[in-house]
Design a protein around this ligand. Structure first.
Ligand SMILES: [Zn+2]
Ligand SMILES: [Zn+2]
Length: 60
């Protein structure tokens, strides 16, 4: 079960780097840090909690 790495914020379309800060809910809705903060870490699509996305690590 691979986690899809989305490349931009779903709210403001800001590009998100693989190793940058991003927030994701359990349904893989992805947002940038400022948007997540404005939404109180709550996903507007499914109402789930947003959590810091794990950073992609080499050889993991
Ligand atoms: Zn955003
Ligand atoms: Zn969501």
């Amino acid at each position: 079960m691979a986690l899809e790495m989305k490349t931009e914020c779903e709210r403001c379309a800001q590009s998100l780097k693989d190793d940058g800060e991003a927030w994701i809910c359990s349904y893989e809705c992805t947002f940038c840090s400022p948007c997540s903060a404005e939404m109180n870490n709550r996903c507007p699509n499914c109402g789930g909690n947003l959590q810091p996305r794990p950073r992609r690590t080499e050889g993991a």
